[in-house]
Design a protein around this ligand. Sequence first.
Ligand code: C2E
Ligand code: CA
Ligand code: CA
Length: 759
Amino acid sequence: MRAWIWFIVGGLPAAVLAPQLPSFARQLVYALGGIVAIVVIVRRLRAGRVARRRAWWCMTAAMGCAAVANFSWAVAIALGGTGAGIAWIDATYFAMYPLIAAGMLGQPIVRRYGSALAGFTEAGVALCTAVVVTWVLLYDPFVRDQPAHAIDLSIALFPALDLLILGTAVRMVVASGTLRATHLLLLAGAACLLTSDVLYFVSASLGGAWAGSGITSAGWAASYVFMAASVLHPTAAQPPADARPSSGRWGTVVYAAVVLIGPLATGWSLLHELGGHGLEVADVAVPLVPTALSAVLLVVRLGHAGRVERRRAHDLRAALHQQSQMQALLRHHALHDALTGLPNRRLLDDRLTELLAGGDGGGLIVFDLDGFKDVNDRFGHPTGDALLVEVARRLESLLSPGDTLARLGGDEFALLCPRVAEPELLARGSRLLAELRRPVEVGGVELFVSGTAGARAFTAKYSATTVLADADVALYAAKAAGKDRVIGFDEELRDQQLQRSKTAERLRAALAADELAVWYQPIVALDGDRTVGVEALVRWCPPGSAPIGPDRFIPAAEASGLIVALGDWVLNRACLDAAGWYPDTGVGVSVNVSPRQLAEPDFVARVHAALAASGLPGDALTIEITEGVLVGAGPQAEQTIAHLTALRAIGVRVAIDDFGTGYSSLAYLRDLPIDVLKIDRSFLPHSRDDVAGQTALVRAIVDLARSLGLVTVAEGVETEEHAALLRDLGCDRVQGFLLGRPAPAAGLELVAPGAPSFA
Ligand code: C2E
Ligand code: CA
Ligand code: CA
């Protein structure tokens, strides 16, 4: 069982029964009980198992005083006296009161008000009332109105000292939101002490009829039991807690009663005195002072309450202000792009919807930066981000009032212009792109970017979704047309896009239904005029209609991602076909590979698988890629280069297709894992006028390729003149209608090495 319960269960009966003992034995029991309590409590205190130890040390010291006084009394009785009236024993008892008051004052209460001042003023008011009541009920009738010195000064002092404890007890009750068990025990102890003191005082005043009677002694003893138990109760170890507002209704009633009791008691006493032996100065002055003091305290309390209220109101206003700021911030965050601070897609959507709902038309331009990915890859994301910020800042300077410039994500932007017609919109688009073309300096690097834009002029009859989708269609068209331009939407573009997605759908079915075929076009060596290779070119052969060329479905396949499966199928078909003729003819096969295929992490494995499945050796296979996939230094280009290097390690050759139509940067060729350069057919002269210029270009390319150890293949050779020219320039191989059109594998006429195939 817990110590505090032991104290109550064992101590209370002892306290009540002890007065039946002879006075010496009684005092000894009290003294011993006190010593036991002190030992237990001191051990508890030294183990650090209570909060606010100073307060509890005060309580312990108070109990020590009681024990010493009781023990001394017992000794006095043993020496043959009564123990009563010995000054230093009384003084020891008296010392107990301020110690108890200090102990109660220092308790870690759960504060009901935010401040200590409130608790003190309220306790002060209660104390004033207590003073009045003590005066009116005890001192006035029992001391002043009695014959001079009828009562011992030491006894008369008790109620005054009790007021100290009463004050702190009231403060504890008033100021705390919730009373803990330890405090209830303390209060119980204080209540026993006060009751016994008052009874003792009254009985002594009445001539000592009750003095030392069992009830008062038991009350005193019980007060020590409760106080000892309060230290031992586990809640004594809890630290002070925060303010907890309590419901004020009962508090108010009690408070009002406390405030009223003082004046009422004063009034009653005055009437009583009037009816009795007449009023004296003290009858008025003594109750008046505490009553006036209580009024002052009430004013202080009111002022304090006002200040607290004002502070709370101020805090509340501040909190509300902060909240509204926070809300604005969140709203801004939700509707703006964090990097550039521009409106985001949602805000653009909102503004567009608002514009349309208002019955207004206008124009929307969506655009993105050409080569932005390249900047990111080459210079890193921080530079890419800085570029976007700079671009945003620059474009903002072009805005007219009412315009919205938004960042839709990545390098994609949009400009919404209310109430403009198409010509004006396209002009604004051109101005925008012109602005983008000016070089941008970011972190010491000069960057050249351009933009591609799709524009959509609209009236209020369109939905926001349609306007956005149409602008995207125009953007797609502008990209397909070669970037760095603005294209206005028209219905035909939408049809085209619809067509593309339809084509992709049908192509998927065609692939599944095995309606695709691979045709082959010879590649002929100019020294000896024999076929040294063929290029695999895909055809779509729907049953019952003419074969469809790749230009009509490859873009759709690229856009839908179907190109990966399609390319894989072509690769496997080409390897199987080539494996049929290669052992006899030594003629290899070139397969076109799209950038999307190269971006697949398992591209090398797929090529391996195609070679393994067909039995074709690696050096009989050439893959044709376009320049674009190799430019730049980002992870994408790195992966491509790793793929190509791995393939070359097993003999597969790499050809740059359509050379000269893309970046046309000759410098980068040196470091790349390539073997063949296919010169685009646009370099061949098509009229007598451009022979000289074109010849110079082709010569330059051929010379460069030779210096790098690359094999040159000229595409689109249609005439004998072409062939003769290329032979003169030193080109290695030619491909074109002159030498043979693409045809199914069955129609290929391949001849064993040595035999002439082209005269
Ligand atoms: P390419 O790689 O430049 O292929 C050569 C294209 O030029 C072929 O068109 C071919 O028929 C055509 N051609 C050949 N000789 C001449 C000539 O003397 N004069 C003219 N004007 N044209 C000639 P085709 O078969 O229509 O293929 C077009 C493009 O489609 C190819 O251009 C290639 O980029 C792409 N392609 C074809 N098959 C595939 C494939 O399996 N995968 C991928 N990714 N692309 C393919
Ligand atoms: Ca090709
Ligand atoms: Ca080509």
